[in-house]
Design a protein around this ligand. Structure first.
Ligand SMILES: *Cc1c(COP(=O)(O)O)cnc(C)c1O
Length: 461
């Protein structure tokens, strides 16, 4: 299995190399050269298997020679051992034809644990073979950072630096990033918003001297290994509702388009998915693009679903690559236009996107109303991101069962949930002492040179 860049001008890599590299050197994202299709009988055979076994069968064809079969099974076992639910990704019913996929039973209570726990194990295993060390730098609007801290703390061959926008993450998210005590993980509170933090990380990757000097690696949602790990729960949930003999649809609360792109890969692998519905909050660049064909940036408006507060949606580039017939030069040209405000998606590309994706937007008011109504009607307490998904899903219910992804636990966003429904959701017992643990964080400016100096100094210790 070989991986190519969406901009067509970076080296072709194998799985292990694509995982360690993150962002391609031409600024593009790695995608598999071809997507392996799973036979209908093989999909049917997934029904009733443990999550780890489904993960093995779905992911194995993408890994090439990077890990042996038994080795990979061992990594999966370790990755999901810390989850608080035996099913890992349980499905609950919300209405006659509407289901909620609870992806928040991992150690940091958000779906990002599914990918991050596994990529931590995979990177450590790959590095241990050569004794090499790497430096991971990531930007987060909250959930990626906490998931990464939890996944990488204490790993022998990795230093992890997480940049988050100071004052713009929830208390629970911040504490999940600042309370791990292991010396190899570093929480950095940066002045600015998420896009500033993401831009500084991109700058570090584009500074090849720094990149090679500290052996920089990325675990942001553009990392192909993360996308791949998220493909698994599309299979596990669809199969439990009757796939491959019955089609299903999914609605995905979307920010950087990583989670829903995993659904797109599942569909290409042969899972019968009728529609993938993009659900956005008031930061609705993707919904506007789907309606008008214009992908135009519009600044970030802070919302009560902060993990979806993005200006541009990085992984959308992967969908565009396919929509433009895998023409890397065309994608590179679009991304050039994006730097000066946006671009128009061609008619042919829009048609391909609309065959697969639908979209909807949920306002702040609708998000709060959905949390209150859902609790009253079903007893399910939704986090604000999941509520955006449920609201948009309800506008797209059809004959195929709809599965909405619940991307975080409500207790991760207690203020927003309390404002919406009057009661404060409590943390699961295994996390009850989060507010008693000491915090460790460094305040940093929005300044590339200062950040690079700090990272060099910390890894030299
Ligand atoms: C990251 C995140 C999202 C958005 O996922 P993308 O893969 O960036 O589209 C939605 N909800 C929650 C809770 C998240 O942490």
């Amino acid at each position: 299995m070989r991986y190519i860049s969406t901009r067509g001008a970076a080296p072709v890599l194998n799985f292990g190399e694509a995982m360690m590299t993150g962002l391609a050197r031409d600024g593009g994202l790695y995608v598999p050269e071809t997507v392996p299709v799973m036979a209908k009988a093989d999909i049917a055979a997934l029904a009733g298997l443990p999550y780890e076994e489904i993960a093995f069968r779905v992911m194995r064809p993408f890994l090439g020679e990077t890990f042996g079969d038994d080795e990979f099974k061992g990594l999966l076992t370790k990755a999901y051992a810390g989850f608080g639910h035996a099913a890992r990704a349980p499905l609950v019913q919300l209405g006659p034809n509407h289901f909620l996929l609870e992806l928040f039973h991992g150690p940091t209570l958000a779906f990002k644990d599914f990918a991050m726990q596994l990529i931590g194990q995979m990177m450590q295993a790959a590095l241990a073979k050569t004794g090499a060390r790497i430096t991971i730098v990531g930007a987060t609007s909250g959930d990626t950072g906490s998931a990464a801290m939890e996944a990488f703390r204490g790993l022998a061959n990795v230093d992890l630096f997480i940049l988050y926008p100071h004052g713009r993450v929830s208390d629970v998210q911040r504490r999940q990033m600042t309370t791990p005590a292991e010396a190899n993980v570093h929480a950095l509170a940066m002045d600015g918003d998420f896009d500033d933090a993401q831009a500084r990380v991109k700058d570090m990757f584009n500074d090849f001297g720094f990149r090679d000097g500290v052996r920089l690696a990325g675990v942001n949602s553009i990392n192909w290994a993360r996308v791949l790990a998220q493909v698994v729960y599309y299979f596990s949930s669809a199969v439990s509702l009757g796939a491959p003999d019955r089609s299903v649809s999914f609605t995905v609360p979307t920010g950087n388009f990583g989670d829903i792109f995993a659904g797109y890969i599942a569909r290409k692998m042969g899972l019968p998915i009728e529609k993938l519905v993009i659900a956005t909050n008031q930061n609705d660049i993707l919904d506007r693009a789907m309606r008008t064909g214009d992908y135009m940036t519009d600044g970030v408006k802070p919302s009560i679903s902060p993990s979806m507060d993005i200006q541009v949606s990085s992984n959308f580039e992967r969908a565009l690559f396919d929509a433009y017939g895998r023409d890397g030069a065309a994608v590179a040209a679009l991304m050039g236009e994006l730097k000066i405000g946006g671009f128009h998606i061609s008619q042919g590309a829009m048609q391909m996107l609309r065959d697969t994706f639908a979209s909807g937007r949920c306002s702040e008011e609708e998000t709060r109303a959905t949390i209150a109504r859902s609790f009253a009607q079903t007893g399910e307490i939704l986090c604000p991101h999941s509520a955006v998904g449920v609201k948009v899903a309800e506008e797209h219910l059809g004959t195929a069962p709809m599965i909405t992804l619940a991307t975080a636990h409500p207790a991760k966003f207690p203020d927003a949930v309390q404002a919406a429904m009057g009661t404060r959701p409590s943390l699961p017992p295994r996390m009850a002492d989060l507010f008693d643990r000491p915090e460790r964080v460094t305040r940093v400016p929005n300044d590339l040179a200062a950040l690079q100096a700090l990272i060099r100094e910390r890894i030299a210790r």
